[in-house]
Write a protein that binds this ligand. Structure first.
Ligand code: MUC
Ligand code: MG
Length: 367
């Protein structure tokens, strides 16, 4: 059960269609595959998606952090010593995606070793989640057509709409067109990625007051401390902290300060070990949770659903589990499939996935 080596493999897979949002744009999945090997020949895997515009990590920085900082700290530990690993990773500040991929690959290896799924190891609440699809910036008609296609093809009826453009009416027009085009039964929420000021966001929310929004997420920067609190105070739906609340300490600070009233958990940035802490905190404080998407490929999505299905609170809302659909290819031997608006946890031990070695050889960029 001892960790012997940790690999960090950069790879690049283009998107069929780029995702655009207030803080950036992603047209190629330039991620890092992390593999943890044990002395019993078990290999655990996880994905690290760099999001430089949000957390400051790049593909090269993740490879370097895993190889030079974290691998030497975890080699020699037993797979069950997850708290030892967490304490050692915590000696280094930042690097959330690099740390999370190491953590999740260890959980995958542990599950494979114990012949138990990660979902069962974590909590085993259910075996699937309802899926929410994230819609990037475009014209209203194109975004409505995209939502209809996703609904008709995959049965998805919850949509997160990227907002935060200027003037804000570009976005409120989209949300109105979606509500009018897809009807009263779909769930709609908005994510500003800090693109608006607090007063712009207040105006936009006022204009969307009749559109039955489910949530609002990061409409303005949390660093605009009083403005954000002022906005959250008048927001009539739960206000989700996403990039402003990465660690359990951030979540505590933002919730207790009144800067958010709900939390996004992204396994890509808090792994399984820290995501557990955020989950327990949210449950204890009595706030809603959404399983978020860091523009994940299939492996990252498998991790998200594995965690989200483990607890009642995280499984209660649709999770953001579908943006891999926009990628031109992926690394898994068996592709994920969304049926009737749901994504099932992979059967089998650990995360239940195998990497297609031919595809990895084709997409890896380190040789
Ligand atoms: C989101 O919820 O903000 C955009 C940037 C990122 O890191 O995640 C996405 C989605
Ligand atoms: Mg967000």
């Amino acid at each position: 059960m001892k960790i012997t080596t940790v690999e960090a493999i950069p790879y690049a897979i283009p998107y069929r269609k780029p995702l655009r949002f207030a803080s950036g744009e992603v047209s190629v999945a330039e991620h890092v595959l992390v593999r943890v090997h044990t002395d019993e020949g078990v290999v655990g895997v996880a994905d690290a998606p760099p999001r430089p515009f949000t957390y400051g990590e790049t593909q090269a920085s993740i490879v370097a952090a895993v190889r030079d900082l974290f691998a030497p700290q975890v080699v020699g530990t037993r797979l069950l010593e997850r708290e030892v690993v967490a304490a050692r990773l915590a000696r280094t500040v930042g690097n959330p995606a690099a740390k999370s991929a190491v953590d999740m690959a260890i959980w995958d290896a542990l599950g494979r070793t114990l012949d138990t799924s990660v979902t069962d190891l974590l909590g085993g609440y259910t075996d699937r989640m309802r899926v929410s699809h994230m819609l990037g910036f475009d014209e209203p008609a194109a975004m409505v057509a995209e939502a209809e296609r996703i609904r008709d093809t995959h049965g998805i009826t919850t949509f997160k709409v990227k907002v935060g453009r200027h003037p804000y009416r570009l976005d409120t027009a989209v949300v109105r067109a979606l509500r009018e085009g897809l009807g009263a039964d779909i769930e709609l929420y908005v994510d500003g990625n800090r693109g608006w000021t607090a007063s712009e966001a207040a105006r936009a929310l006022h204009e969307m007051a009749d559109l039955d929004l489910l949530f609002a997420e990061e409409l303005c920067p949390a660093d605009d401390v009083l403005g954000r609190r002022w906005l959250v105070d008048q927001c009539s739906v739960p206000f989700i902290a996403d990039e402003s609340a990465v660690t359990p300490a951030d979540v505590t600070r933002e919730l207790l300060a009144g800067a958010a009233t709900a939390v996004s958990i992204k396994t890509a940035r808090s792994g399984f070990t820290q995501s557990q802490r955020v989950h327990h905190l949210a449950e204890g404080l009595g706030v809603e949770v959404v399983m978020g998407n860091q523009i994940d490929g299939q492996l990252g999505t498998v991790a998200t659903v594995a965690f989200g299905a483990a607890y009642k609170l995280t499984a209660a809302r649709a999770g953001e589990l579908s943006n891999f659909l926009d990628m031109s290819d992926d690394l898994l031997t068996e592709p994920l499939e969304i049926h009737g608006g749901h994504l099932a946890v992979r059967p089998g031990p650990g995360l239940g996935v195998e990497i297609d070695e031919a595809k990895l050889a084709r997409y890896r960029t380190d040789h």
